[in-house]
Design a protein around this ligand. Sequence first.
Ligand code: AMP
Ligand code: ZN
Length: 664
Amino acid sequence: MSVEQKINSLRDELREHNYNYYVLDNPTISDYDFDIKLKTLQSLEEAHPEFYDANSPTLRVGGEVTKNFNTVVHEYRMYSLDNSYSKDDLLDWEKRIKKMIDGEVNYTCELKYDGASISLTYENGKLLRAVTRGDGTQGDDVTANIKTIKTVPLQLKGDFPKKFDIRGEIVLPFEGFNKMNEERLEVGEEPYRNPRNTASGSLKLQDSAEVAKRPLECLLYNITGANLGFDTQFESLKKARQMGFKVPEASKLVGSIDAVLEFVEYWDVHRHDLPYETDGVVIKVNSLQQQDELGFTSKAPRWAMAYKFKAEQVSTRLNEITYQVGRTGAITPVANLEPVELAGTTVKRASLHNADQIEKLDIRVGDEVYVEKGGEIIPKIIAVDLSKRPESSLPTTYISHCPECQTELIRQEGDAKHYCPNYNGCNPQIIGRIQHYISRKAMDIEGLGGETVALLVNEGLISNYSDLYTLTKEEVLPLERMAEKSAENLINGIAASKQIPFERVLFAIGIRFVGETVAKKLAKHYKSSDAIAQASIEDLVSVDEIGGRIAESVVEFFSSEENKAIVEKLKTYGLQLELSAEKLANQTDKLKGLSIVVSGVFETVSRTELKKLIEDNGGKVSSSISSKTNFLVAGAKMGPSKRTKAETLGVLIISESDFLSKLN
Ligand code: AMP
Ligand code: ZN
């Protein structure tokens, strides 16, 4: 086989595996083997740039940076949809249709996905470009970003029209959205509000490698073009599936408005089981010829209609507004409500987000407010029932001082939130920071939990994490629920944390925006906390993956005398504030990019050592098996459920000795 043939056959093979994995959700190869094939293709492509293909599966990881998105005129306009809210609305619509066309009318019912609309143009089976809806006439060219979304085929399968546009929605499934938010909270960033805005924001990120990291999906629902080779909407969906697109299965062909309503009622209940957000149903005249006859109004097709699900809503009394102080000092106002049933749960609280939100809706204590559960996880107040406002009601004045430490709050330019600036003297901030310090992913201190930390701070025994290291058994014994044994465990656990490697200490000390990954990057690059403390912003941003915001936050952290003193103390107590010499000598890239799970009991090395080995060689240790796992290192007494999971997902299982000999 020539090199070119080899490259092409690898590309075909990898495309097929991507399709099986992402579109069909049915992988037929282990991730490990997939990665090996991908790496082979990568090195062949590097050695033979003459066979470059902009649609190669190797380009899925992104890396292209777009500063300004080009404006592109849509060949076929992207219309909006008319909305209906009742059976009567739908019957009226049917009447209008029947006036314009003769014969029987059938409808397809589809779910209305709540994401960011996108138009993909394909020519000769290849993705030519991807454009946002924009104003409907023209949008932004976001091809580089869209290419990183694995459900978007770069090369079509089977037979396909020569050139066409296909429209769909970029969505962010709940699971991925929640995971992104967990990671943001961990580094002290505000969580994203809802999946839709996050999905549409993702399309306009400048660095496509960032987009590649987000678990976005592309769901398709409409093909537009000439000589398409099908006559109905329902057939077109089937055809799109055959070409390799992800088209949700929840679409139905029906013959009457009554049947449409059945579909709506069914999905109004069952949509809660779907992995992503939907906000209604879209009903389309099935025959393309009839669609043609009906045409468009200035705004929307006459042959389609959206039917919005009712957002679940109730009204209740706002009893009190309280203010929470987070670990980063951010203030969140909380509405304390008269408990009320909403979408199957009892709601007692709703987030008010920030001062602007309260002012905009003019929310006051004593008001009867409407609460809605939409795409957001926490219910929100959407309006006030002014007719029920008590005469004596007064506008809400936002707090000016921290409810915990009475320090005057600040609000920085461009920030929606107020902050308590009393970094080292405000209890929830102190407690939150120490809780983060001892948490599993940080110092993982055995025998010490979050509640005990709060007790220790409130009793005045500690005021920052370095104080943990001078605690004595005698001091902690009088604490609530503390016995001889537990006090001993606590002190031992704290002492043991002195062995925790530098990069985790760096994560644990809680520099804003420095998460686990960033901490590892910084540790690897600078090798000691002293070097990091001396780095300038310019120097920091030159490190791979360190952006301006992180750099500023690092510099700010180390410019505080108090922080410097605390870190200095950690050093005197014997914590690892630099990479160990052994570590420096042992680091390689052998396992770069691989995600590995370890399970069971090991003979020649301890579990911790094994994990360290993996990380020192550039691999990533993850705690649970998923389809993203490259392989599982299995020791003795591994749980049977882990094995079954690995087997069903096709994750390679290797023994301790195999792994160690492979590494050497
Ligand atoms: P609206 O933005 O409320 O005018 O609704 C129109 C938008 O609904 C379109 O631009 C699409 O992005 C979106 N949409 C979601 N699902 C569908 C679907 N199955 N068919 C057509 N449009 C859909
Ligand atoms: Zn405070």
